[in-house]
Design a protein around this ligand. Sequence first.
Ligand code: XLF
Length: 324
Amino acid sequence: MSNMREIAKRAGVGIATVSRYINNTGYVSEEVRAKIQKEIDKSGYVPNALARAIFTNSSKTIGLMIPNITNPFFNQLATVIEDRLNEYGYTIFLCHTEDNKDREKEYLEVLKSHRVDGIIASRAQLKEEYLNTKIPVVSFESEIDQSILTISSDNYKGGKLAFSHLYQRGCRNILHIKGPKIFEATELRYKGFLDKAGEKNIGIDIVEFETDFNTKKLEENLKRIKNIDKYDGIFVFNDIAAATVMKYLKKKDIHIPRDIQIIGYDNSFICELLYPELTTIDQNINEIGDLTVKLVLELIDGKEIEIKNHIIDISLIQRETTRD
Ligand code: XLF
């Protein structure tokens, strides 16, 4: 495989011209472009992306921090973000944090050393570290700081909608399976659910799960629920956790929705794969992905944008785990 010097020699031009052409940093005539490209094609030359990033101050790469790639919601979101970024000539550098601060810290260093142009952090656990980086950051769900743009769905409203739906379908003995305290989004769902239940004077039992991606742990967490058959309605903090609850109920011969009605959260693709199909709250994944990409690219372009918390509306999607 050749290097830039050899390409320049064979094309009969200077190294600086080849560099201008490859990095798109200045004028190169059509004729010379064609000559250089011909030599590149013949030689199989692959430009060194990192060297190019240092030279041009742009790697055309965005770091994407995802807490859990096995959760269908996050893999759908990552796909939307990747597709949109590709349309603008960017690729993603995917970092799987597993909600672990140390992993997130390590990845942040890796992203810096790869000179990513921007970072999309989802369910971030770090604060100072993001504030201290000069790289533009957009956050999904975690309010890292007032100076950092945040996008989240209307989790509080989602919790309220979930309660109203169960209540209207006659549920009075209700359990809420909430997410870990460190998830800002699910804390809001929990609050919305309880506030709405309070308006109707309905007491809610609460069980907290430790994770949303380790299914073994989820199954252990389920065992903490005493006499699950005493409930007639359950709101679970996300779809993947709701799927484990459904399996658990079926093993106990509890019929959904006749004995217990269930609502999940996300409207990820698994809702329609489950039997019965899962009623859920739709977080508009496309809108979240579109807005996140738009904002991170605007920050990279140095546009003046108002730094605030963008809240995306949600809606309830009724399927078969709740009654008509
Ligand atoms: O962080 C929250 C919890 O899980 C996120 O929006 C999700 O609902 C995705 O499944």
